[in-house]
Design a binder for this molecule. Structure first.
Ligand code: ZN
Length: 170
């Protein structure tokens, strides 16, 4: 029987003028963008943290430090691809992903099918295994005041029973 594990991720980035808005691996038209060392794709970062958590492999900042020049303005899809590869090195494959993004604006629902398509391709899973949901926080809190966007993610990963580590069946 395959071993299954769950992981949880949470991330926040500040919304500022003069930045592009990248969310779920695509660029959205908006008057502000998320601030960060990378492209600040808060949705992808939450997924990466959930994946790393599921495999008990620390977090995104540990593997891709924002002090490293190589990650400056990097496309977060690259970080997600590297995260999936890190998990694969420990024998884990992505099962399914479920994300909730909290943003007052812009309207995200029209863009969700494209985000699912893009993220499924990056992670090498079916679109059916990637769920993305968007909600406002009823104008409450920092997301409601449009000071930032938050994302929560849970994932399930599987380790194949036939995989071997050091000659011993897992
Ligand atoms: Zn982040």
């Amino acid at each position: 029987m395959a071993k299954i594990r769950v992981g949880f991720g949470y991330d926040v980035h500040r919304l500022v003028e003069g930045r592009e808005l990248w969310l779920g691996g695509i660029r959205l038209e908006h008057d502000r963008g998320l601030l960060g060392h990378s492209d600040a794709d808060v949705l992808i970062h939450a997924v990466c943290d959930a994946l790393l958590g599921a495999a008990n492999m620390r977090d995104i900042g540990y593997h891709f430090p924002d002090t490293a020049g190589e990650y400056e303005n990097i496309d977060s899809k690259v970080l997600l691809r590297k995260t999936v590869a890190l998990l694969a090195s420990k024998g884990y494959a992505v099962g399914n992903v479920d994300v909730t993004v909290c943003a007052e604006r812009p309207k995200l629902n029209p863009h969700i099918p494209r985000m699912k398509q893009v993220l499924a391709a990056v992670m090498g899973v079916d679109e059916e295994d990637v769920s993305i949901k968007a909600t406002t926080t009823e104008r409450l809190g920092f997301t409601g005041r449009e000071e930032g966007i938050a994302a929560y993610a849970v994932v399930l990963v599987e380790r194949a029973a036939l995989a071997c580590e050091g000659g011993k069946p897992l």
